[in-house]
Design a protein around this ligand. Structure first.
Ligand SMILES: [Cu+2]
Length: 344
């Protein structure tokens, strides 16, 4: 092969590889990672992407060069020269991909093992190392329970910065899947089993929690938030929340309301809630009348057995049925809070 042809081949390869690299770099395919695990996964993505771009550049260069150079001239109708295999070339194009695929497997295996591993705590007795959170999915809501904090529950996933968190994920009904794009990993929520996911958030902020398994009518609404905050702030939130939820009935109703994510579907002015997926709870008095039930009884039944009476114009089965397992004191507090706030 003449030197001029090699230069042309290389030039075409650089143009193709450069174009592919720009597509990879300039388009924001993935959100910025907000956990150590996502950072490692990003590294694997780039490792594979660089290899792919190099191979693409090589293949594209050879194809484009051949199409331009060896095209049949007008009027030329001869067969090309007969070609036998090229042993050297065949060894190279078998050995190089084998080495690359092996390298990708090794890098991926290391990252997977690291991502599942919870390192030892630097200080003994750190209550946040690791923090265990039970994640319960159900049509169509998430709930997060902090077993180390008296089974405190929350409708949003609050997490301390730079602490490894062990999520134990399950479902009460059908298959769901837990996903925070910025944390980089998904994990199935399967009824009857507990699946683990380790996350070490390393950036303060609020990120979406998304269900990524088509789970029924309200699947697209099955969202929550993950809030990453400094460890100290997390501790004072957890302790304050424990106190509020355990407080005397009436004073804790609002805490129960937000801790269970009622505000993610309902409007209720005293709690500052303004969502429209469920009926407006400011109008509970008229709604109870329409259902022909006393106010408090109507509210209680609606919470523990939402499908017993379905407000006209709203979809049956959207409101989670798991609130029947709320501790009695919390349920009482919630009912009197809602009854007290319902407009006359
Ligand atoms: Cu779901």
């Amino acid at each position: 092969m003449r030197r001029g042809s090699v230069a042309q081949l290389v030039a075409i390869g650089i143009v193709c590889g450069g174009g592919a690299a720009l597509v990879a770099i300039l388009i924001p395919w993935l959100p910025d990672p907000a956990s150590r695990q996502a950072g490692r996964i990003d590294f694997v993505f780039w490792f594979v992407t660089v290899i792919c771009i190099a191979i693409f550049a090589l293949v594209a260069a050879v194809i484009i060069y051949s199409v331009l150079k060896f095209r049949a001239q007008p009027g030329e109708d001869m067969d090309g020269p007969p070609i036998h295999g090229n042993t050297g070339l065949e060894i190279v194009w078998t050995a190089v991909p084998a080495a690359l695929v092996t390298a990708i497997s090794i890098v991926s295996a290391i990252v997977l093992a690291k991502n599942d591993h919870i390192p030892k705590a630097s200080a003994a007795g750190d209550p946040l190392h690791p923090l265990v959170v039970e994640v319960t999915a159900q049509q169509f809501a998430w709930s997060f329970k902090y077993t180390g904090f008296g089974d405190l529950t929350s409708a949003t996933l609050k997490l301390p910065l730079n602490k490894p968190v062990k999520l134990r994920i399950t479902s009460l009904d059908v298959n769901h899947s837990f996903w925070v794009p910025e944390f980089g990993q998904k994990q199935d929520a399967v009824p009857g089993s507990w699946n683990n996911l380790v996350i070490t958030p390393d950036k303060n902020g609020t990120y979406p929690v998304i269900c990524t398994e088509l789970c029924g009518l309200g699947h697209a609404l099955m969202r929550s938030r993950a809030e990453v905050m400094p460890a100290q702030k997390f501790l004072s939130w957890a302790k304050g929340q424990q106190k509020k939820l355990g407080g005397p009935a009436g004073s804790s109703g609002k805490a129960v309301f937000t801790a269970n994510g009622c505000d993610s579907c309902h409007t209720f002015t005293p709690a500052g809630a303004n969502k429209k997926i469920g009926p407006d709870l400011d109008n509970l008095r008229q709604e109870a009348q329409r259902a022909g039930q006393p106010l408090e009884q109507f509210i209680r039944t609606s919470i523990v057995d939402p499908n017993a009476y379905v407000e006209p114009g709203f979809t049956k089965g959207l409101m989670p049925t798991s609130f029947s397992s709320l501790p009695k004191a919390q349920l009482d507090a919630l009912v009197s809070y809602l009854a007290g706030g319902a407009k006359k």
